[in-house]
Design a binder for this molecule. Structure first.
Ligand SMILES: [Zn+2]
Length: 253
C-alpha cells in the first residue's frame, strides 16, 4: 500500500488500548479521517506535537494489511495555536468548535468549507488581542456559518409569510424570520431587531475573509451567540457537552 499524505486538523483524540490513540483529523480535500497513532511511533519520531488536539499538521499515513484504519507514519505540525493551549477558556472554545465539526462531518466526504472556517476561527482565537468579548463574536460567527455549511442557512429574505423586510422574530426550528403580524405562524421564536437580523444575514453571506467585519454591542453579540447555539441544538438535534463545559469555564471567569 502506498503512503497517503493528508494535511489536517486534529479534532479529537481517544485512547486506544494501552499504548495508542485514535485521532480524528479533518483533512484538506479528504474530510474526516480516523488515524491510529501508536505511542511507540509518536514517541520515537517526536510526533507528539503534530498529533496533539487542535494541531494542524501534515501527516503521512498508510493502511495496514489487516484493517480499515489509517495508521500514522510521519507527521509535522504546521500550526499548533499556542495561545489557545495557554488559556482554559480558549481551549474550551476550541473543544466546542471541534465537537461541532465532528458532529456535522461524515467520513468520506470533502469538508473544505468547514475546515477553512474552523481554522479561521482558531486563528482568531489564538491571537493575543482576542478578548473575552471577541471570543463571543467568534462563537456567534462560527455557529451560524457552520450551520450554513451543513445546509442549515437561515432564510434571510424578510418575513417568511409576507416577505416584509421589517422582521421581528427568528424561528430557531424553521430557520426563517417573521414580521410582527405573521409571528403566530412560527415556532421556537427568538425576538430579533434589525441589527441582529442584519448580522445573521451578514454572517451567512459575507466573503470568508471579511466575516468578522460587522459590529453589535456586547450584549447583542451575546444574544446572537445564544440564538445561534439554540438554533444549532434544534437543527442538529444534538446537545454539546463541550458547550456546557465552555459556559462553566466562562462563569468561573
Ligand atoms: Zn409577515
Amino acid at each position: 500500500m502506498p503512503n497517503i499524505d493528508v494535511s489536517g486538523l486534529v479534532t479529537r483524540e481517544v485512547k486506544y488500548g494501552e499504548n495508542s490513540r485514535i485521532l480524528t483529523v479533518l483533512g484538506k480535500d479528504s474530510g474526516k479521517v480516523s488515524i491510529l497513532a501508536s505511542r511507540a511511533r509518536t514517541n520515537r519520531s517526536g510526533l507528539l506535537t503534530a498529533t496533539q488536539l487542535f494541531a494542524y499538521s501534515d501527516f503521512t499515513l498508510f493502511k495496514g494489511r489487516d484493517g480499515s484504519l489509517f495508521k500514522l507514519n510521519e507527521g509535522e505540525a504546521v500550526s499548533t495555536f499556542p495561545n489557545i493551549r495557554n488559556s482554559l477558556e480558549k481551549m474550551a472554545y476550541a473543544s466546542y468548535f471541534c465537537d461541532v465539526v465532528n458532529q456535522i462531518c461524515r467520513e468520506g466526504s470533502e469538508e473544505n468549507e468547514l475546515l477553512a472556517l474552523i481554522l479561521n476561527m482558531l486563528y482568531l482565537l489564538d491571537r493575543d488581542d482576542c478578548t473575552a468579548e471577541k471570543a463571543v463574536k467568534i462563537r456567534a460567527v462560527f455557529q451560524f456559518r457552520a450551520l450554513a455549511a451543513a445546509g442549515f442557512a437561515p432564510d434571510c429574505d424578510g418575513c417568511a409569510e409576507c416577505g416584509d423586510g421589517a422582521v421581528r422574530y427568528f424561528s430557531r426550528s424553521g430557520g426563517v424570520f417573521y414580521c410582527e403580524k405573521c409571528s403566530e405562524n412560527g415556532n421556537a421564536l427568538s425576538e430579533v431587531n434589525q441589527g441582529i437580523f442584519n448580522a445573521i444575514k451578514y454572517i451567512i453571506t459575507s466573503d470568508s475573509k471579511k466575516i468578522m467585519a460587522f459590529s453589535l454591542s456586547d450584549t447583542a453579540m451575546k444574544y446572537l451567540a445564544d440564538i445561534g447555539e439554540e438554533f444549532m441544538r434544534i437543527q442538529l438535534e444534538h446537545d454539546f457537552k463541550t458547550l456546557d463545559y465552555l459556559k462553566n469555564v466562562i462563569a468561573l471567569g
